[in-house]
Design a protein around this ligand. Structure first.
Ligand SMILES: Cc1cc2nc3c(=O)[nH]c(=O)nc-3n(C[C@H](O)[C@H](O)[C@H](O)COP(=O)(O)OP(=O)(O)OC[C@H]3O[C@@H](n4cnc5c(N)ncnc54)[C@H](O)[C@@H]3O)c2cc1C
Ligand SMILES: *[C@@H]1O[C@H](CO)[C@@H](O)[C@H](O)[C@H]1NC(C)=O
Ligand SMILES: *[C@@H]1O[C@H](CO)[C@@H](O)[C@H](O)[C@H]1NC(C)=O
Ligand SMILES: *[C@@H]1O[C@H](CO)[C@@H](O)[C@H](O)[C@H]1NC(C)=O
Ligand SMILES: *[C@@H]1O[C@H](CO)[C@@H](O)[C@H](O)[C@H]1NC(C)=O
Length: 558
């Protein structure tokens, strides 16, 4: 087995920290989106090597599939097979996690990239007819690569050509196609209005298709809830290749796709969203504290305050390991990033009254339009042109493994101190805490499949990332992530230990190869959906009883 040449590493480093070293924010989003202009040939050659040996039988299935597509669609959809020079490029451009870009990662027989809805219908019909798995990819941000990797012979249905955003300011709504990114949606809103926004995630390159169908949260959630709490309609291609909307799919299926994961139920073509009103100016801030500067006390207090603040305020926490001012020593830095739907003269006194420990000052605050705030939230320096929202990465930058938790009782100070020790040992780790409360607590657990509502103080993400190639390194960091997760058990939700489905983690349970099973699926299903899992299974049984739309963590039919 040939590993890609390590000569590519310096290539990355030079671009990697683009959007943020200056501000020393861990460039979570930026680091995943280095502006790579050309893909090093060492990548594609190892890719090419791994593509050469298509078994005869697969070649035959592929030929039949392509013929079926031609016969079933009104026009021929763009299709890429390993014979096309651009195949590695197309596959790579929407891979986010380098763990799923190695010579041994299973590759699709073909990538179909519809330019018309009928192409999606044909792809569903023909993959089904020829016994191929379908993997649906919109933005490719799946943490475990499920949108472009499968152990079974498979085709990637790549939605990137279907990316229009149709705004209707009159009724304050928009139709967005699944292949658009969050950044493209935000940009389109910003172009049309200074006083409208939308409640979705903070990483511009995330795809609408996966993000929405997993729930979607972002800095507006304490005021407006999740992305799916602001969705009014959807268009989907079902297992028979029919296009359905909310009316024709019925409320059960419409409920299921708003948080239950789209890929268990069909192919989402587009969503109709309800825009939200934002003030012409919002206020953003970053406040950093290291351990030496009392970070533990401030963070401890944050747990009591942040979930109870007025809904107009969202203060998230980013935690990372840093060099301390003492030569050769490490410390932990806690970054408080705030968004306030209003101006700083209101914000500063409000925060100082409720959360004086933070020590927020006027000079920490930046007033800007909502659209500019989305760039700020993506960890880009102030003044970065908003066009950055449109930039699309060309290739993955880092290897990563992520996990999630929910906290319902404040973690004691000594708890944080033990966590710091573990983080400093791992070093290449980043944690993000997102406060709940507000609107999130008002919406019932069963309103959508997303069950993490009242009773949660905040969500936790653990994110370990590295640059060194090779299975040994990968296994090392995965082991560390599991140890960290185990050590967090005393502080987080139990029975089930809840997890955020959009932060997919195959460690919490998976299906067998080519076979879903209710009892196996219930393991991860309860963590992602609590009791909504049962209703998801009912809907699945109704709409896809043969279990065509399946993957390692899909919803099984009964
Ligand atoms: C850098 C980064 C930042 C993130 N920030 C946030 C955040 O702020 N808030 C948040 O909530 N989440 C966030 N996420 C998680 C993100 O929402 C999920 O990974 C989401 O599933 C990605 O959607 P996608 O379309 O980009 O991914 P994909 O990998 O394309 O798809 C993810 C899953 O959805 C399925 N799917 C994709 N498109 C369709 C479709 N059209 N129809 C049916 N099924 C489909 C795929 O098959 C796969 O199972 C972040 C992820 C990353 C990597
Ligand atoms: C990979 O294969 C394509 C065509 O199959 C070819 O055009 C390209 O040059 C190859 N890349 C490398 C680095 O060998
Ligand atoms: C890929 O190659 C085939 C065969 O040469 C060609 O018909 C097809 O148009 C190519 N696909 C794209 C997207 O160019
Ligand atoms: C941290 O310190 C180490 C040496 O102890 C050094 O190699 C590294 O570059 C430093 N990192 C930063 C970001 O300054
Ligand atoms: C997977 O299962 C389906 C039926 O559920 C079957 O048609 C297909 O051949 C199986 N594929 C493999 C590779 O076993």
């Amino acid at each position: 087995m040939k590993e890609p040449s390590s000569a590519i590493i310096p290539f990355f480093v030079s671009f990697l920290w683009l959007c943020s070293t200056v501000h020393s924010i861990l460039p979570f989003c930026a680091s995943l989106d280095p502006p790579i202009k050309t893909i090093p040939t060492s990548w594609t050659s190892s890719f090419n090597d791994s593509l050469k040996f298509l078994p005869k039988k697969s070649q035959q299935v592929l030929n039949d599939f392509i013929q079926c597509l031609g016969e079933t669609s009104q026009s021929n959809p763009p299709i890429y097979t390993p014979q096309n020079t651009s195949f590695p490029h197309v596959l790579l451009s929407l891979i986010k996690n380098r763990r799923y870009f190695t010579p041994t990662t299973p590759k699709p027989l073909a990538i179909v990239a519809p330019t018309h809805e009928s192409h999606v219908q044909a792809t569903v019909i023909c993959t089904k007819r020829h016994g191929l798995q379908i993997r649906i990819r919109s933005g490719g941000h799946d943490y475990e690569g499920l949108s472009y990797v499968s152990d079974l012979p498979f085709v990637v249905l790549d939605m990137f050509n279907l990316r229009s955003v149709d705004m209707n300011l009159e009724d304050e709504s928009a139709w967005v196609q699944a292949g658009a990114t969050i950044g493209e949606l935000y940009y389109a809103i910003g172009q049309k209005s200074k006083v409208h926004g939308f409640a979705a995630g903070s990483c511009p390159s995330v795809g609408i298709g996966g993000h929405f169908s997993g729930g979607g949260y972002g800095p507006l959630m304490r005021k407006y809830g999740l992305t799916v709490d602001n969705v009014e309609d959807a268009k989907l291609v079902n297992v028979n290749g029919r296009i359905l909307d909310r009316n024709t799919m019925g409320e059960d299926l419409f409920w299921a796709i708003r948080g239950g994961g789209g890929a268990s139920f069909g192919v989402i073509l587009s969503w109709k969203i309800k825009l939200i009103r934002v003030p012409p100016k919002v206020t953003m801030f970053n406040v950093r504290r290291t351990l030496e500067e009392g970070a533990t006390d401030v963070l401890h207090r944050w747990q009591y305050v942040a979930p109870k603040l007025p809904e107009d305020i969202f203060i998230r926490v980013g935690i990372q390991v840093k060099n301390s001012s003492q030569e050769g020593k490490k410390t932990v830095q806690v970054l408080f990033t705030g968004q306030f739907l209003g101006q700083s003269d209101k914000l500063v006194p409000l925060v100082n009254e409720r959360f004086p420990e933070l020590g927020l000052q006027q000079k920490d605050c930046f007033e800007m339009s909502w659209i500019e705030s989305t760039v700020f939230m993506a960890a880009c320096p102030i003044g970065t042109p908003i066009d950055v929202l449109l930039s699309r990465p060309k290739a993955p930058a880092i290897f990563f493994k992520s996990k999630s938790d929910y906290v319902k009782e404040p973690i004691p100070k000594h708890g944080f101190k033990s966590i710091w020790k573990k983080l400093i040992k791992i070093e290449k780790v980043w944690m993000q805490l997102n406060p709940y409360g507000g609107r999130m607590s008002e919406i019932s657990e069963s309103a959508t499949p997303f069950p993490h509502r009242a009773g949660n103080l905040y969500s936790v993400q653990y994110f370990i990332s590295w640059m060194e190639e090779g299975i040994k390194t990968t296994n090392h960091y995965i082991k560390l992530s599991r140890k960290l997760y185990t050590s967090m058990a005393p502080f987080v939700s139990k029975n089930p230990r809840e997890a955020l489905q959009n932060y997919r983690d195959l460690d919490i349970g998976t299906n067998l190869r080519n076979h879903t099973n209710f009892h196996k699926a219930r393991l991860y299903g309860r963590k992602y959906f609590k009791y909504n899992f049962d209703r998801l299974v009912q809907v699945k049984t109704m709409v896809d009883p043969q279990d065509f739309f399946k993957h390692e963590q899909s919803i099984p039919p009964l």
